[in-house]
Ligand binder design. Structure first.
Ligand code: NAD
Length: 486
């Protein structure tokens, strides 16, 4: 059986305590490998290796040589596209149609993008008056932080890992990464690409394992880590913040969401239905940006509900390796139990189940897979738990509204604040409503359209800080001001 090891100091190594846990393909329920369970001792080794590389070859490398090396990582991922794709699909059950368009190409693009961005950086200078008339010159430079801990989730494993690893390295740091225990494979494969790209040992390290009481927690508590960047659940963010507090460690958090879509009666109905089908069911609803609350203006409510339900019923759920499949399983049986418990809770909270609400009938190898039906609810009260808590599955609640004021109030009535999608053809309204959303990201007449130069992140329970473009560089560097008396 395939063994997935830790990648420390440029080498694949057994976990020091010798324990492993199973890697399960969620489409079939079959064990496909054994994964190293990292311990605090493995984290120690990885942090030491990273610190050595930072003080040594990586820290001393010229900027252009460093960025050229990262571009070779991007090319290396693309050269092994099929291998990455297969590994990601087996870990997550994602359909090929999704992972081949999103996960793998964007995983590679992150390295190219941040290498290019870093090449174009320049420093600021200020000419300052002084009483003696000779003046002073202030200028600012960026310096890497040192060793950055990267903790990533399972929903877009390669994409979200590289979204943090690429800017951290482009800025000159070294990294210890702890991928999700559900999706160890592409992070492990990335080690080979780093070696092939000629990147010095210790620059990029991967310690596999779980969170609390395991590699994740050990990384956040390690005294020689300079910053932690984390994507995952809000609850986990809160635990990590506590672990980082004694060292007053810098953190960047991309957390959960309970995102709203607002559909005005003047919207192009077909575009709004297609866009909301995508924003609700993409990746089996397991994208932090997915819409779980849909607010539709009353004149088009019935038509919208019928249209979205037709789209949900038409989705091809099944074998990820079949090119025609549009929706795969959830990440695990445990996550399916959670999503099914929300399906049940919604019924007890008075939801009308428009479509779905159960387990699809799939035979053969998929019988033991973690599949659920794409699901739509109506009729829930704004204070229902199913309207307030993140389900992270292929499900949304659709609620009618009459006025713009009401739509804004309903959308903002959430503990989360990651993103919102607004569907309207009224230009003024689009600007007005977008500015009033209590979120970090607003899309108008589209969803998940990304330009990597733009700030990405959430407010309230959805996160702290922004990454993307120079916002990432702001996090992964310290800015130093130098004042010279002339
Ligand atoms: P999770 O919080 O359970 O786990 C994320 C990572 O944190 C994993 O690697 C896990 O092992 C680790 N971890 C867990 N507890 C830890 C601890 N105490 N100390 C250190 N590490 C710990 O999240 P998940 O279930 O993997 O991912 C789904 C969640 O991520 C959803 O809430 C989703 O909305 C969120 N998410 C947010 C964004 C965003 O950009 N805002 C993007 C993707 C996913």
């Amino acid at each position: 059986m395939k063994k997935i090891l830790n990648f420390i100091d440029g080498q694949y190594v057994e976990p020091l305590q010798g324990s492993y846990f199973p890697n399960i393909n969620p489409a079939t329920g079959k064990v496909i490998g054994q994964v190293a369970e990292g311990s605090p001792e493995d984290i120690d080794r990885a942090v030491e290796a990273a610190r050595r590389a930072f003080k040594g070859p990586w820290g001393q490398m010229s900027l252009n040589a460093r960025l050229d090396a990262l571009e070779r990582v991007a090319s290396g991922i693309l050269a092994r596209f099929d291998e990455f794709l297969r590994a990601e699909m087996l870990d997550t059950g994602k359909p090929a149609s999704f992972a081949s368009r999103i996960d793998i190409p964007r995983g590679a693009a992150n390295f190219r993008f941040f290498a290019n961005l870093m090449r174009g950086q320049h420093s600021a200078a200020f000419e300052t008056d002084t009483p003696d008339g000779r003046g002073a010159l202030n200028y600012t430079i960026r310096r890497p932080l040192g060793v950055v801990g990267v903790i990533s989730p399972w929903n877009l494993p390669l994409l979200l890992l590289t979204w943090k690893v690429a800017p951290a390295l482009a800025a000159g740091n070294c990294v210890v990464a702890k991928p999700s225990e559900e999706t160890p494979s592409t992070a492990a494969l990335l080690g080979e690409v780093f070696n092939e790209a000629g990147i010095p040992p210790g620059v990029f390290n991967v310690v596999q394992g779980a969170g609390p009481g395991s590699a994740g927690e050990a990384l956040t508590r390690h005294p020689d880590i300079d910053a932690i960047t984390f994507t995952g659940e809000s609850r986990t963010g809160s635990a990590i913040m506590e672990a980082c507090a004694p060292h007053v460690r810098n953190i960047s958090f991309e957390l959960g969401g309970k995102n709203a879509a607002i559909v005005f009666a003047d919207a192009n109905l077909q575009e709004a239905i297609d866009g909301t089908a995508r924003s609700t069911f993409s990746n089996t609803g397991q994208v932090c940006l997915c819409s779980e609350r849909v607010y539709v203006q009353r004149p088009i409510f019935e038509e919208f509900v019928a249209g979205l339900a037709a789209r949900a019923r038409g989705l091809r759920v099944g074998d990820p390796f079949d090119e025609a499949t549009q929706m795969g399983p959830l990440i695990s049986q445990a996550h399916r139990d959670k999503v099914l418990s929300y399906f049940e809770l919604a019924r007890s909270e008075g939801a009308e189940v428009i479509t779905g609400g159960g387990i699809p009938e799939l035979g053969g190898a998929l019988k033991e897979g973690a599949f659920v039906e794409p699901t739509i609810w109506t009729g829930l009260a704004p204070d229902a738990r199913t309207v307030r808590e993140e389900v992270f599955g292929p499900v949304c609640h659709i609620h009618p509204f009459d006025t713009e004021e009401e739509a804004v109030a309903l959308a903002n009535d959430s503990d989360y604040g990651l993103c919102a999608a607004i569907w309207t053809h009224d230009l003024r309204r689009a600007h007005r409503v977008a500015a009033r959303m209590d979120v970090g990201l607003v899309w108008v007449n589209t969803w998940f359209l990304r330009d990597l130069r733009t700030p990405f992140g959430g407010v309230k329970l959805s996160g702290i800080g922004r990454e993307g473009g120079t916002h990432s560089l702001d996090f992964y560097t310290e800015t130093r001001n130098i004042c010279i008396k002339l």
